[in-house]
Ligand binder design. Structure first.
Ligand code: N01
Length: 547
């Protein structure tokens, strides 16, 4: 624990610290810096051995960010912005982690963070208006406020496949990749899952391993990263205009300074449409979703974008029968996160990479020697493997908190509060859990936008709110249940105006058996969300009860 833990709490009452922060990834790190800077005593707990969250754990070969590094970086310190040089347009995981370590050093964050310590419970004491936080290291700590910065994509998902634990070789998960190198030379590797993680991993593994078998349940849209090294001139120009870049990002839908074409898909002729698609394709990755303003709302418009993406896939895959299996047919483009790849589809032109289409030949079981699939004629094919990689994603958005024993007013658990569908007001608070804040919680733009800026915004709002309470002698804040319900309904209505609900995606909770199917995010864009949040706050914290 840090030295602050021995200072008196500034928010009154008899607590060990003012604020406990759960998680020391991008959001938790900034929360430590900001809240400590406001004169509060803070203690963060982090399950990993160092800072970085996502970037600490997802160390698989090929891991990169799909937002340009110049945007996917903190904006709270101009000195930091000016001093850090990104070497590539889309930084690799090691470079992003180096950056986060630099931030931890520069702002002396580690003294307030207990590492290798997982929060197991947070219980609210109604009479004393305080939270008691318990960890797996045996710590018990009381605080006035809890900030859950536990991540949207951090609760690792292992699917329940028969025989899962019987495999005799090494088993890895992309989101819990071992520190240090994994020797793939001469090995037969199986990869289950073709989301962002699997698709980034496959080309890297294919270069080293003797053989790679990719087990694909659902094909995914993936777009080349258009990655390249940056040079001094480019960096100088970007840094000179950083403030403007950030301003545009904060007005945008996705938290980076890009806007769609100014006309809708069907308002331009074929040649112009092709030119616009090509332009956004060359921007790389998820930005293709922004080609035309109606692409994510209008099925006919989306179909034309899909057709373009299909042609791109066919152009780089030699065997058109394999291309048939790789082209998504079950969801509009963009309704699952578009993957940003580096040579994924081309991997299937290699002799040492095979695709297994699980829709046609499903997995029967995992065996000690590999994976058995059922052929169309009912026979079993055994795929012999030395190493098995689960690239099977996360219990997204709610999973990290749901796995902790969080109890609010009346001992009600967060699990119960979310059992019939997730509830949250603005992605910041849940009714019945006073003084507990979530960063990028359900009902916020979160994972639909640039998470560094969304995290900074939420932490700034939390800091401002704590200051508001302190300066008025108030002790607690929580949302009205009605305001919360209305907010989640609004998120549902906004999503219904888009094509998002058309996919069985993790955005919808569809990848976790038994999870309620609700579009968990605010889909009208980061800029619009910021406007709404500011209006409600300026109107005296409308929808919240302050006591
Ligand atoms: O996880 P996913 P991810 N049998 O859930 C398959 C971010 N991210 O780690 O689609 C067979 O997307 C599942 O199949 P299906 C990014 O936001 C970003 O790849 O459910 N297969 C799917 O193919 C991303 O969206 C980057 O049918 C099974 C895969 O596993 C998010 O994290 C890099 C299965 C899981 O894909 C999650 O990405 C990495 C089963 N029983 C991650 N169960 C960047 O580039 C699941 N699957 C920034």
């Amino acid at each position: 624990t840090g030295p602050e833990a021995s200072s008196p709490a500034a928010t009154g009452g008899d607590t060990d610290v003012d604020v406990v922060i759960v998680g020391a990834g991008v959001a938790g790190m900034y929360a430590v810096h900001r809240l400590r800077g406001d004169g509060l005593t803070v203690q963060a707990f982090e399950a990993g051995s160092d800072v970085g969250g996502t970037w600490h754990h997802n160390r698989y070969p090929g891991a990169r960010c799909d937002v340009e590094s110049v945007d996917y970086s903190y904006s709270f310190s101009d000195e930091l912005q000016q001093e850090w040089d990104w070497s590539e347009r889309y930084a690799t995981q090691p470079e992003i982690l180096r950056y986060l370590h630099h931030v931890a050093d520069r702002f002396d964050l580690r003294r307030s963070i207990a590492f290798n310590t997982r929060v197991t419970a947070a219980h609210y004491d109604e009479a004393a208006n305080l939270w008691t936080v318990t960890t797996d290291a045996g710590t018990t700590m009381t605080c006035r406020f809890c900030v859950f910065a536990s991540g949207s994509l951090s609760a690792v998902n292992y699917p329940d496949i028969p025989g899962r634990t019987s495999f005799a070789g090494a088993v890895l998960h992309t989101a819990a990749w071992p520190h240090g190198s994994v020797d793939l030379t001469g090995r037969r590797v199986g990869v289950i899952g073709t989301g962002s993680s699997g698709i980034q991993l496959v080309p890297e593994v294919a270069r080293e391993a003797a053989h790679v078998t990719v087990f694909q349940r659902t094909p995914n849209y993936s777009i080349p990263a258009a990655n390249r090294p940056t040079d001094d001139d480019e960096r100088r120009a970007q840094k000179a205009r950083y403030a403007e870049r950030r301003r545009k990002s904060r007005l945008s839908g996705g938290g980076s300074p890009f806007v769609p074409h100014d006309k809708n898909t069907l308002e331009v002729d074929d040649a112009e449409r092709e030119r616009v698609y090509e332009h956004y394709w060359m921007l790389g990755g998820v930005l293709f979703s922004k080609a035309f303003p109606d692409q994510m709302r209008n099925e006919d418009a989306n179909a034309l974008a899909r057709d373009f993406a299909e042609r791109k896939i066919r152009a780089v895959v030699d065997d058109q029968a394999v291309a048939d299996d790789l082209i998504p047919t079950d969801h509009p483009i963009g309704t699952k996160r578009i993957v940003t790849d580096s040579g994924y589809f081309q991997s299937y032109n290699r002799d040492n990479v095979d695709l297994v289409n699980l829709r046609r030949t499903p997995i029967e079981r995992i065996t000690p020697s590999g994976i058995d699939t059922a052929d169309v004629d009912g026979r079993t094919t055994a795929h012999d493997l030395d190493l098995l990689v689960f690239a099977t994603g996360f219990d997204a958005v709610t999973g990290a908190m749901d796995r902790i024993d969080v109890r609010g007013r009346g001992g009600r658990t967060i699990h119960d509060a979310w059992a019939d569908g997730v509830q949250s007001y603005l992605g910041l608070q849940v009714a019945g859990f006073p003084n507990l804040f979530t960063v990028n919680g359900p009902g916020s733009p979160g994972v639909l936008a640039n998470m560094v800026l969304t995290s900074e915004d939420h932490v700034d709002w939390i800091a401002g709110t704590i200051e508001h309470l302190r300066s008025r002698g108030l002790e607690s804040i929580e949302p009205d249940a009605e305001a919360e319900q209305a907010w989640m309904q609004r998120c549902g209505q906004l999503a219904a105006q888009t094509l998002f609900p058309r996919a069985n995606s993790w955005y919808m909770g569809a990848n976790i058996p038994g999870k309620p199917r609700v579009f968990m995010l605010y889909s009208a864009g980061f800029g619009k969300y910021r406007e709404e949040l500011a209006e409600l706050t300026d109107a005296g914290y409308k929808g919240f009860q302050l006591r």
